[in-house]
Design a protein around this ligand. Structure first.
Ligand code: NAD
Ligand code: DAU
Length: 346
């Protein structure tokens, strides 16, 4: 694997699901690199996601908001940062339907602030975008990087705006940027509001599995490890200014995903309850990942293995999620599911 020169990274959102997996992976692969995690520690950001690494002299934490320009600038200057990797975001579609404004604050304005600091200090910025920016994809197509963006939820719209700001800064100011658009990730340390950890932990607790609508929506459930190697590939060999899709290129329905979770955990399929659908629910995401493959990357997991392995992780790591599920999560769960489950069908 090619190496960058010893490099100082600012990883925003590094205490979240993908960010913490990326930090762990990157530090193992690049022991010469220094990593500063810059994170607001929202409900989704947990310092304990990196508990095994905080003793390392190569890792430090700055608690801050990406919308705070002075704090971001200071973190970059104090640590001689030469690359920002931006994972920081509000990330859950359902939360964006319940309370959308913070999505604009963090995902749009926050990314804009990072771009301003990157411009001022001549720092490369890698931005983590999502397959949701392409919107619903018809059955005979897979999204390619040049497709028009057509987001349909407040979350997706905020991510599309950020993605376009990053591209606009590259064109207007010539700052060095790259973008990856990830598929639906699964794996360790994913906050249990998201479907695979929610369904896994509910199944372990013998609680109902709330499937939205008919459950025939299609997603590319990709293992977070493959997202991390995809980002690393783009950091090391990607062309500056370019966008790369990262996924497996293969989708399954949500009902197939649920079957894998329940079979892996050896649980009764009668736990499945069909509940009122998510408003504006995109039916299908599907990405073509040939451009990233052309850089020599390939995924290690197929989606079935990824979902099964994730479900097993939640069975083996109850001490990670039990405290989360007993806290403020309960309030969200009630708001999101109590009425839906009361009116649920099999
Ligand atoms: P997550 O919700 O688990 O973590 C988000 C992290 O960002 C948390 O640590 C949180 O504290 C931090 N954060 C939130 N607002 C912040 C702010 N204003 N300033 C600083 N830090 C802030 O999210 P995730 O699932 O790990 O997603 C990470 C990134 O990847 C996001 O940009 C998301 O849009 C993108 N993405 C996620 C997926 C997925 O399936 N999870 C797929 C494709 C792309
Ligand atoms: O596709 C990439 C996106 O994947 C990322 O950009 C987001 O950050 C990430 O959160 C995820 O998007 P969603 O927020 O839609 O993921 P979620 O796990 O909530 O939903 C996955 C699918 O499962 C979706 O079709 C909705 C469905 N679902 C979800 C929940 C929470 C249900 O059927 N029932 C549920 O209770």
């Amino acid at each position: 694997m090619t190496r960058l020169h010893p490099i100082n990274l600012l990883v925003t959102g590094g205490c979240g699901f993908i960010g913490s997996n990326f930090v762990r992976y990157w530090m193992r692969q690049h022991p010469e690199s220094k990593v500063v995690v810059y994170d607001k520690l929202t409900y989704a950001g947990r310092k304990e996601n990196l508990a095994d690494l905080w003793d390392s002299p190569n890792l430090s934490l700055v608690v801050g908001d990406i919308g705070d320009m002075d704090a971001v600038r200071r973190a970059c200057q104090d640590n001689a940062i030469d690359l920002i990797v931006n994972f920081a975001a509000e990330t859950h579609v359902d939360q964006s339907i319940l309370g959308p404004l913070v999505f604009t604050d963090t995902n749009v304005r926050g990314t804009h602030v990072l771009l301003e600091v990157a411009r001022e200090l001549s720092i490369r910025l890698h931005h983590i975008s999502t397959d949701e920016v392409y919107g619903h994809i018809r059955d005979d197509h897979q999204s390619v990087e040049t497709d028009e963006l057509a987001p349909r939820s407040p979350y997706a719209a905020s991510k599309a705006a950020a993605d376009q700001l990053v591209q606009a800064y590259a064109i207007t100011y010539g700052i060095p940027v790259t973008i990856t658009r990830g598929a639906n990730n699964v794996g360790p340390y994913q906050y249990p509001e998201k479907a695979v950890p929610l369904f896994s932990t509910n199944a372990i607790l013998n609680e109902p599995i709330p499937v939205y609508g008919d459950g025939l929506q299609m997603r590319d459930y990709a293992h977070v490890h493959d997202h991390c190697t995809g980002i690393e590939t783009v950091l090391l060999r990607g062309i500056i200014g370019e966008v790369y899709n990262v996924g497996t290129g293969r989708e399954m329905t949500n009902l197939e995903m649920v079957d894998i979770v329940l079979d892996t955990l050896d649980k009764d399929h009668a736990l499945v309850k069909h509940v009122t659908d998510r408003p504006g629910h995109d039916r299908r995401y599907s990405m073509n990942v040939d451009k990233l493959r052309a850089l020599g990357w390939q995924p290690q997991y197929d989606p079935k293995q990824a979902v099964a392995e994730a479900a097993r992780w939640y069975a083996e790591n109850r001490t990670w999620w039990e405290p989360i599920r007993s806290g403020e999560f309960r309030e969200y769960y009630e708001k999101q599911y109590a009425e839906r489950l009361a009116g649920a069908g099999q």
